[in-house]
Ligand binder design. Structure first.
Ligand code: DQA
Length: 146
Protein backbone atom coordinates (compact mmCIF):
# COMPACT_ATOMS: atom_id res chain seq x y z
CA UNK A 1 0.00 0.00 0.00
CA UNK A 2 1.28 3.49 -0.83
CA UNK A 3 2.24 5.86 2.01
CA UNK A 4 1.09 8.85 -0.04
CA UNK A 5 -1.54 11.11 1.51
CA UNK A 6 -3.10 14.06 -0.32
CA UNK A 7 -3.78 17.22 1.71
CA UNK A 8 -6.05 19.50 -0.33
CA UNK A 9 -7.14 23.05 0.41
CA UNK A 10 -9.88 25.02 -1.28
CA UNK A 11 -10.50 28.67 -2.12
CA UNK A 12 -9.15 31.59 -0.10
CA UNK A 13 -7.02 29.35 2.12
CA UNK A 14 -3.96 30.84 0.39
CA UNK A 15 -4.81 33.94 2.48
CA UNK A 16 -4.65 32.14 5.84
CA UNK A 17 -2.99 34.34 8.42
CA UNK A 18 -4.24 37.50 6.71
CA UNK A 19 -7.85 36.49 6.19
CA UNK A 20 -10.26 37.12 9.10
CA UNK A 21 -7.66 36.15 11.74
CA UNK A 22 -10.27 36.25 14.52
CA UNK A 23 -11.95 33.31 12.79
CA UNK A 24 -9.05 31.52 11.09
CA UNK A 25 -6.11 32.46 13.35
CA UNK A 26 -2.68 33.79 12.51
CA UNK A 27 -1.10 30.67 11.07
CA UNK A 28 -0.41 30.84 7.34
CA UNK A 29 -0.92 28.07 4.79
CA UNK A 30 2.87 27.63 4.80
CA UNK A 31 2.65 27.01 8.58
CA UNK A 32 -0.11 24.43 7.99
CA UNK A 33 2.02 22.74 5.33
CA UNK A 34 5.06 22.67 7.66
CA UNK A 35 2.95 21.12 10.46
CA UNK A 36 1.59 18.51 8.02
CA UNK A 37 5.08 17.69 6.73
CA UNK A 38 6.41 17.30 10.30
CA UNK A 39 3.49 14.99 11.17
CA UNK A 40 3.97 13.05 7.93
CA UNK A 41 7.67 12.51 8.70
CA UNK A 42 6.77 11.23 12.15
CA UNK A 43 4.07 8.92 10.74
CA UNK A 44 6.09 7.69 7.78
CA UNK A 45 3.84 9.32 5.16
CA UNK A 46 4.69 11.17 2.01
CA UNK A 47 2.31 14.05 1.41
CA UNK A 48 1.11 15.92 -1.64
CA UNK A 49 0.01 19.30 -0.26
CA UNK A 50 -1.99 21.61 -2.55
CA UNK A 51 -4.26 24.65 -2.51
CA UNK A 52 -6.39 26.06 -5.30
CA UNK A 53 -9.10 28.64 -5.77
CA UNK A 54 -10.40 26.68 -8.77
CA UNK A 55 -12.90 23.86 -8.39
CA UNK A 56 -11.66 21.97 -11.49
CA UNK A 57 -8.11 21.91 -10.10
CA UNK A 58 -9.26 20.33 -6.84
CA UNK A 59 -11.24 17.75 -8.82
CA UNK A 60 -8.16 16.95 -10.94
CA UNK A 61 -6.08 16.42 -7.77
CA UNK A 62 -8.77 14.10 -6.38
CA UNK A 63 -8.59 12.12 -9.65
CA UNK A 64 -4.79 11.89 -9.31
CA UNK A 65 -5.10 10.85 -5.66
CA UNK A 66 -7.54 8.02 -6.42
CA UNK A 67 -4.83 6.34 -8.54
CA UNK A 68 -1.88 6.79 -6.21
CA UNK A 69 -2.80 7.70 -2.62
CA UNK A 70 -3.93 5.82 0.49
CA UNK A 71 -5.82 8.65 2.14
CA UNK A 72 -6.86 12.26 1.97
CA UNK A 73 -7.23 15.25 4.25
CA UNK A 74 -9.35 17.92 2.59
CA UNK A 75 -10.44 21.39 3.62
CA UNK A 76 -12.70 22.24 0.69
CA UNK A 77 -13.36 25.72 2.20
CA UNK A 78 -16.45 27.32 0.61
CA UNK A 79 -16.79 24.42 -1.86
CA UNK A 80 -17.76 22.30 1.17
CA UNK A 81 -21.16 23.91 1.11
CA UNK A 82 -21.71 24.14 -2.65
CA UNK A 83 -19.88 21.52 -4.69
CA UNK A 84 -21.65 18.40 -5.90
CA UNK A 85 -18.75 18.05 -8.40
CA UNK A 86 -16.19 17.67 -5.59
CA UNK A 87 -18.54 15.26 -3.79
CA UNK A 88 -18.85 13.15 -6.96
CA UNK A 89 -15.06 13.10 -7.38
CA UNK A 90 -14.59 12.02 -3.75
CA UNK A 91 -17.09 9.21 -4.30
CA UNK A 92 -14.64 7.67 -6.80
CA UNK A 93 -11.97 7.30 -4.06
CA UNK A 94 -11.71 4.10 -2.06
CA UNK A 95 -9.45 5.40 0.72
CA UNK A 96 -10.39 7.20 3.96
CA UNK A 97 -11.17 10.90 3.58
CA UNK A 98 -10.97 13.34 6.47
CA UNK A 99 -12.72 16.69 6.13
CA UNK A 100 -11.07 19.48 8.09
CA UNK A 101 -12.28 22.99 8.89
CA UNK A 102 -10.13 25.43 10.78
CA UNK A 103 -13.17 27.18 12.26
CA UNK A 104 -16.17 25.58 13.95
CA UNK A 105 -18.55 25.87 11.02
CA UNK A 106 -21.49 24.84 13.24
CA UNK A 107 -21.11 27.97 15.34
CA UNK A 108 -21.25 30.18 12.23
CA UNK A 109 -23.84 31.15 9.60
CA UNK A 110 -26.53 28.57 8.78
CA UNK A 111 -25.24 28.14 5.19
CA UNK A 112 -22.00 26.70 6.63
CA UNK A 113 -23.86 23.98 8.56
CA UNK A 114 -24.43 21.82 5.50
CA UNK A 115 -21.50 19.98 3.96
CA UNK A 116 -21.69 17.87 0.81
CA UNK A 117 -18.26 16.46 1.68
CA UNK A 118 -19.38 15.18 5.11
CA UNK A 119 -21.69 12.73 3.34
CA UNK A 120 -18.64 10.89 1.97
CA UNK A 121 -16.02 11.65 4.67
CA UNK A 122 -14.77 9.01 7.09
CA UNK A 123 -14.46 11.74 9.73
CA UNK A 124 -14.84 15.48 10.18
CA UNK A 125 -12.78 17.86 12.30
CA UNK A 126 -13.91 21.45 12.81
CA UNK A 127 -12.79 24.21 15.14
CA UNK A 128 -9.37 22.83 16.05
CA UNK A 129 -7.51 25.45 14.03
CA UNK A 130 -4.54 24.33 11.99
CA UNK A 131 -4.04 21.47 14.47
CA UNK A 132 -7.06 19.78 12.87
CA UNK A 133 -4.93 18.79 9.87
CA UNK A 134 -2.37 17.08 12.12
CA UNK A 135 -5.12 15.27 14.06
CA UNK A 136 -6.57 14.02 10.77
CA UNK A 137 -3.14 12.75 9.64
CA UNK A 138 -2.69 10.98 12.99
CA UNK A 139 -6.05 9.27 12.57
CA UNK A 140 -5.06 8.19 9.04
CA UNK A 141 -1.83 6.78 10.51
CA UNK A 142 -3.86 4.69 12.94
CA UNK A 143 -6.35 3.49 10.31
CA UNK A 144 -3.67 2.55 7.79
CA UNK A 145 -1.78 0.58 10.44
CA UNK A 146 -4.86 -1.54 11.22
C1 DQA B 1 -13.50 26.75 6.28
C2 DQA B 1 -14.95 27.04 6.63
C3 DQA B 1 -15.74 27.39 5.36
O1 DQA B 1 -17.11 27.66 5.70
C4 DQA B 1 -15.17 28.62 4.70
O2 DQA B 1 -15.85 28.90 3.50
C5 DQA B 1 -13.70 28.54 4.50
C6 DQA B 1 -12.85 27.87 5.49
C7 DQA B 1 -12.63 26.52 7.55
O3 DQA B 1 -11.54 26.01 7.40
O4 DQA B 1 -13.05 26.87 8.65
O5 DQA B 1 -13.17 29.09 3.54
O6 DQA B 1 -13.45 25.56 5.51
Amino acid sequence: MSRLIYVLNGPNLNLLGKRQPKIYGHETLADVEAACRAAADRLGFEIAFHQSNAEFQIIDWIHAARETASGMVINPAAFTHTSVAILDALHTCEFPIFEVHISNVHKREAFRHHSYVSTVATGVIAGFGAQGYVLALERLGRLLAE
